[in-house]
Ligand binder design. Structure first.
Ligand SMILES: [Zn+2]
Length: 165
C-alpha cells in the first residue's frame, strides 16, 4: 500500500493543486472570531504555520479542529495541504480517514470560506473530488458511508462553477 501512495498521478495532482493556489499567502490570523476562546486557540496554534507544515495535530478531528473556523484567506492558503492529505488518504488524529472530514468541509461550495476561490481554484477542487471518486470505485471496500456525501459535494462544486462562468 505504501508504494501505491507514491504513484506519479497522485504526485502530479498534488503538485498541480499547490501551483494553482500558490498566490495565496500565509494569513496573519487563521480565524477571525474576536473574543472566542476556541477560535483564538486555533489561531494561536496555526500562527506562522506554513501550508506544507500543517499536520494532523493541527487539523484534529471532526469534533475538534480549526477547519470549520478558518477565514476565507486561511482556507485558500491551507487548501492544497488539506487536498494532499485527502489524496494520500491520510488518517486523522483518531485514525479515521481524513477524506470524510475533507468532504464535510467542502460540503457547500458557496460557503463564505470559499469566497476567494476563483474559477481555476474551483476546477482544482473538482479535480481532487474526481480523483476521490475514481479511487472509491477502485477500492470496493466498506466505504459506502462516504458515497452520498461525495456525490452531493461534487454537485455543489459543479454548480458554482457553472454559475460563475
Ligand atoms: Zn469561535
Amino acid at each position: 500500500m505504501s508504494n501505491d501512495r507514491q504513484t506519479p498521478s497522485r504526485e502530479a495532482l498534488i503538485e498541480s493543486i499547490y501551483q494553482t493556489f500558490e498566490d495565496f499567502a500565509l494569513p496573519f490570523s487563521a480565524t477571525n472570531h474576536p473574543g472566542c476562546c476556541e477560535c483564538d486557540g486555533y489561531a494561536e496554534e496555526l500562527a506562522g504555520v506554513q501550508r506544507q507544515d500543517l499536520t494532523m495535530l493541527h487539523i484534529g478531528t471532526v469534533c475538534w479542529g480549526p477547519i470549520p473556523f478558518l477565514t476565507p484567506a486561511a482556507m485558500a492558503y491551507y487548501f492544497p495541504r488539506l487536498a494532499e492529505f485527502a489524496i494520500l488518504n491520510a488518517e486523522n488524529k483518531e485514525g479515521d480517514p481524513f477524506r470524510f472530514q475533507f468532504l464535510g468541509a467542502l460540503r457547500d461550495a458557496k460557503a463564505k470560506q470559499f469566497t476567494l476561490f476563483e474559477g481555476k481554484h474551483r476546477l482544482a477542487v473538482l479535480e481532487v473530488l474526481t480523483f476521490l471518486e475514481k479511487e472509491r470505485t477502485l477500492a470496493s471496500d466498506d466505504d459506502d458511508t462516504g458515497l452520498d456525501t461525495l456525490d452531493s459535494v461534487v454537485t455543489s462544486w459543479k454548480n458554482t462553477l457553472n454559475s460563475e462562468s
